[in-house]
Design a protein around this ligand. Structure first.
Ligand code: NAI
Length: 462
């Protein structure tokens, strides 16, 4: 048995970042992880492998669509699926080993196995019980099951199975037009699959700016994805050569079916807290199965904290990371803080979609007086040169004070561009501050400045 200042349960972006920061701040730290590799869902079966497949297939798409326009002639490359998967696995391995290295460097003990908390200050892994002054639960999330649909990770898959299909499916039915469905739907559409997305709501990507949603859907449709909106999926029958997805069209209650070789269930994720012993310990949970935390991510049980996907808030790796750093600072007697108003959200399709802050809908609901500065990538020279002019930047600012309240971007590198506004918002900047900042030419970021200019006297290139 070993005694620690902190034991972190889970080594995803929340847990491993927390452990590293704890160690950096002088706390004797261990991290419990039951998987064979560190990094949690994000590094092993989420963000990182999906980005590898998105990158590879984007290159393929570029070679098929734009190479000849630039005078790069010859046949587009063919796909060696096994090699593509090996490349993805290698990227994952580099990242997970990187965390192992960082643990060693920071003298963090990796306790291998699945943890439970038998009592305050104790973490049990296998037959061993370890003691800690503080315990941080960072146990993450798992895909939500849909009633009547049994995932086998071969024919009916979650993101986990979709990242490791034995062969490229000819047809893919995607249930849910959220982040996972659209990212992985894009991957397989680029690989030649007939992709049909069934979405319960009347629009894709809930929570995003409606104008972005519409343009995004149009662009994806041009890339070959078919959308059926207002479709409540009810069951999947895997009895035949292909699977049959049954759904009800909400507008007229008509029963419909769709045949597909593979079905991707991407209807959200739920907190993963099984086996921790939260109930026995009396840790308070929300109705949605999240661990309830108060100030400083403290649960109702002394010395036990929780962060990331298993508590409330967006299920995003970077939100978990921020909470991980902040809770570590709290445990070290500092003042950890997360600004939940400025957490960006990105969809890594092509083009990318990104947002931060409030949407127009939220501003209207709150009765706020706001102005909109919009700029199309059509007016951006770099985007034009790179066949990336589809999309726009929209900056929302307070009508009186000009303070930036939110930004919505669909376009090239949107996931990187958005951080300009994140920093501006952290500093309480006005749109004019962005507009008066010199932006290098020619860059995509000039579109951010132009949108900021559009909040004032107007953009130059529109
Ligand atoms: P999501 O919550 O983003 O989208 C789920 C979609 O499924 C919603 O549009 C919902 O209306 C629809 N839906 C639910 N039940 C349905 C039914 N019976 N029939 C048809 N449609 C139905 O969930 P997703 O994409 O599974 O992602 C899970 C979590 O992982 C999210 O919190 C997301 O933020 C996170 N994630 C983030 C990524 C990123 O930041 N790029 C990448 C992948 C996941």
């Amino acid at each position: 048995m070993a005694t620690y200042d902190v034991i972190v349960i889970g080594s995803g972006p929340g847990g491993y970042v927390c452990a590293i920061r704890c160690a950096q701040l002088g706390l004797k730290t261990a991290c419990v992880e039951g998987r064979d590799t560190l990094g949690g869902t994000c590094l092993n079966i989420g963000c990182i492998p999906s980005k590898a497949l998105l990158h590879a297939t984007e290159q393929l798409h570029e070679s098929q669509t734009n190479f000849s326009k630039m005078g790069l002639m010859g046949e587009a490359p063919s796909v060696d699926w096994e090699k593509m998967l090996a490349y993805k696995d290698d990227v994952v391995a580099q990242n997970t080993k990187g965390i192992e290295f960082l643990f060693k460097k920071n003298k963090i003990d990796w306790i291998k196995g699945w943890a439970s908390i038998p009592a305050k200050g104790q973490v049990k892994v296998g037959d061993e019980t370890h003691e800690a002054k503080s315990i941080v639960i960072a146990s993450g999330s798992e895909p939500t099951a849909l009633p009547g649909i049994e995932v086998d990770e071969e024919r009916i898959v979650t993101s986990t199975g979709a990242l490791a299909l034995k062969k490229i499916s000819q047809s893919l039915a995607v249930i849910g037009a959220g982040v996972i469905g659209l990212e992985l739907g894009s991957v397989y559409a680029r690989l030649g699959a007939k992709v049909t997305v069934l979405e319960y709501l009347d629009h894709i990507t809930p929570g995003m700016d409606p104008e972005v949603q519409k343009q995004f859907q149009k662009i994806l449709a041009k890339q070959g994805l078919t959308f059926v909106l207002g479709a409540a999926v009810q069951s999947v029958d895997t009895g035949g050569d292909t699977s049959t997805v049954s759904y009800k069209l909400r507008k007229n209650d008509s029963e419909q079916t769709l045949e597909a070789e593979t079905v991707l269930v991407s209807t959200g994720r739920r907190p993963f807290t099984a086996g921790l012993g939260t109930e026995e310990l009396g840790i308070a949970m929300t109705e949605r199965g999240q661990i309830k935390v108060g100030n400083h991510w403290q649960t109702n049980v002394d010395g036990i904290y929780a962060i990331g996907d298993c508590i409330e808030g967006p299920m995003l790796a970077h939100k978990a990371e921020d909470e991980g750093m902040a809770v570590a600072e709290v445990l070290a007697g500092q003042h950890g803080h997360v600004n939940y108003e400025v957490i960006p959200s990105v969809i890594y399709t092509h083009p990318e979609v990104a947002m931060v802050g409030l949407t127009e809908e939220q501003l209207k609901k709150a009765g706020r007086d706001y102005k909109v500065g919009k700029f199309s990538f059509m007016g951006n020279g770099r985007a034009k040169a790179n066949f990336a002019a589809d999309g726009f930047v929209k900056i929302l600012a307070d009508k009186q004070t000009d303070r930036i309240l939110g930004a919505h971007v669909i376009g090239p590198m949107a996931g990187d561009l958005i951080h300009e506004v994140c920093v501006a918002m952290e500093f309480g900047a006005a749109a004019e501050d962005l507009a008066r900042t010199c932006h290098a030419h020619p860059t995509y970021s000039e579109a951010m400045r132009e949108a900021a200019l559009a909040c004032g006297d107007g953009p130059i290139h529109a």
